[in-house]
Design a binder for this molecule. Structure first.
Ligand code: CTP
Ligand code: MG
Length: 227
């Protein structure tokens, strides 16, 4: 089985407040971006990596790729002002394909078995995304007042990777662009086409490094893995 992976990496990491792209921060003395890239570099099913970057960071990233011997990056298109546009620029760079995965560069702890389950599900069914079951009691709140307690058994917290047949995501993206629709993930674009998107149960370890606390979790995850 083969797939191409899109890694949006053109954000600015505002919530991290590090004064630079959070993907350049290090966990165990290696940039977060490289931790993520290494997962796909090692995965034999992964044919090519498409990295959306900021023009001002391109050269720095090229040097990192060289230093860490990352060889599968096929293109580094310029990212957009929104994550969805960054992903779209990578879809254009790929052009056509079979299975495409979209994965946040800020989720370095993704494991290969989850990736493979997603690729197989997308191949068979068209679209599949990673997520975990909600753990806490969930309530809908408006203006500080509880409106209802939502049945937790049906709620999932959605992560990436999200895997699609290439043409399905391409169609959904083009349609969203025509309509001026902006989603918070690629699944939303495919859902609005009335297509089924299947859940693949992932791991609570697959966190997105977003705020300062996540760096502490991240170091702990890596320490526990290395032993
Ligand atoms: N991303 C991107 N292009 C954007 C915005 C985000 O490629 N215009 C990427 C980020 O680099 C990250 C992933 O999308 O790998 C998930 O986004 P997020 O965690 O929100 O990262 P940032 O947007 O960088 O952080 P923040 O929202 O706190 O500014
Ligand atoms: Mg963001």
């Amino acid at each position: 089985m083969v797939y191409d992976v899109i890694l949006p990496a053109a954000g600015s990491g505002k919530r991290m407040g590090a004064g630079k792209n959070k993907l350049f921060l290090e966990l165990k003395e290696k940039p977060i971006l490289i931790h993520t890239l290494e997962v796909f570099e090692k995965d034999e099913w992964c044919r090519g990596i498409y990295l959306a970057v900021k023009d001002s960071e391109r050269e720095f990233i090229q040097n990192l790729l060289k230093h860490y011997h990352i060889t599968k990056v096929k293109a580094m298109p310029t990212g957009g002002a929104e994550r969805q546009y960054s992903v779209q620029s990578c879809m254009k760079a790929i052009g056509n394909g079979d299975i495409v995965l979209v994965h946040d560069a800020a989720r370095p702890f993704i494991l290969e078995p989850t990736i493979h389950k997603l690729v197989e599900a997308a191949q068979q069914k068209g679209a599949a995304i990673a997520g975990v079951r909600a753990k806490d009691t969930m309530k809908r709140v408006e203006e500080g007042i509880i409106q209802e307690t939502v049945d937790r058994s049906t709620l999932w917290m959605i992560q990436t990777p999200q895997a699609f047949r290439f043409e399905l995501l391409q169609y959904a993206e083009n349609h969203a662009e025509q309509d001026g629709f902006l989603g918070t993930d690629e699944s939303m674009l495919v859902e609005r086409e009335g297509e089924f998107v299947y859940m693949v149960e992932s791991s609570y370890e697959n966190v997105k490094i977003t705020t300062k606390e996540d760096l502490v979790f991240g170091e702990a995850i890596l320490n526990q893995r290395i032993g």
